[in-house]
Design a protein around this ligand. Sequence first.
Ligand code: HEM
Ligand code: HEM
Length: 180
Amino acid sequence: MKMDDTNAGYGVISMVNHWVVGLLVLGLIAVGLTSAGMGNDPQRFELIKLHKATGVIVLILALWRLGWRLKQGFPDPSPDHPAWQITTAKFMHWFLMIAIIAMGTSGLFWSLFGGREVSIFGILTIPGFEESEGVADTLQTFHRGFSKALIAGIAVHTAAGVYHAVTNFKKSGSRMFVPK
Ligand code: HEM
Ligand code: HEM
């Protein structure tokens, strides 16, 4: 069981990165969509606090994950996949990584430029900036709008991942499940 990635597949560190960040992002999407639909319910603000704190942690993890990927590169694609699948998968993997960072950054600065602090479970509190409504509104529009693109990307990626897990497990490996 290798920690680092090899040409043949992902190591343990990449797998832990993938599943920890992936599951937290799914949780952030669920909590974000739920709270956005709660109107004036006072519990909405508790959910927003949870979403913001977890979102900043995910942003930090995603930046570390991007650094790890840049250092390691991607494992070689399986030769038995057609070229279009290799290109699409590569595009999708970069899109997902960049989209998570863009969501985390836009959410964080939307709050800060809105003059609101961001508290990470009371351990660290980032004070809000002087309010700048125009910047905050633009970031809000981006955060809400772009979340739909991230959701669509995750849906396609998950369907492809499950499909490959089911059809190719023995041949080329479903590489986020079994470390090489
Ligand atoms: C049940 C859900 C999921 C399955 C079955 C799955 C499966 C996989 C597999 C098999 C790979 C490796 C592809 C290869 O062999 O090159 C992969 C890579 C990747 N996945 Fe997923 N995935 C899931 C959920 C997610 C989610 C929710 C995200 C992001 C929010 C995500 C982001 C990525 C990224 C960025 C990569 C590229 C490799 C890396 O740097 O980690 N995945 N996924
Ligand atoms: C890192 C990944 C993140 C993801 C995937 C994510 C995802 C989402 C989603 C899907 C929504 C619902 C959008 C809608 O339909 O209106 C949302 C709302 C929101 N997000 Fe994020 N978010 C992330 C990070 C952050 C961060 C770091 C902050 C702030 C520090 C933040 C602050 C907010 C706020 C304030 C809302 C509005 C909630 C409401 O209207 O009740 N997000 N986010």
